[in-house]
Design a binder for this molecule. Structure first.
Ligand code: ZN
Ligand code: ZN
Length: 79
């Protein structure tokens, strides 16, 4: 039995609205993918937010209108 992120696997998309301007936010992908290039020698375990939510895939969403961004926790599902 394996767990995976339904958004990463294309099974689902989140319509996340911007807190500031109610625009639909754009999914930039997993935050691991953003941390990785800047810290090639660190394990994922070093990213605090990942430690806090081991059963979630954390995506970075950004607003095309006001450039604000936020982390969205997506619960892993059985694939
Ligand atoms: Zn994901
Ligand atoms: Zn916005």
């Amino acid at each position: 039995m394996e767990f995976g992120c339904p958004v990463c696997n294309g099974l689902m998309s989140m319509d996340e609205l911007c807190d500031n301007c109610d625009q639909v936010m754009e999914d930039l992908g997993r935050i691991e993918d953003f941390y990785a290039p800047y810290s090639p020698y660190e394990e994922q375990d070093d990213i605090p937010i990942l430690l806090e939510s081991p059963n979630n895939c954390i995506h970075l969403y950004t607003c095309p209108e006001c450039d604000s961004d936020k982390h969205i926790l997506i619960p892993l599902e059985i694939m």
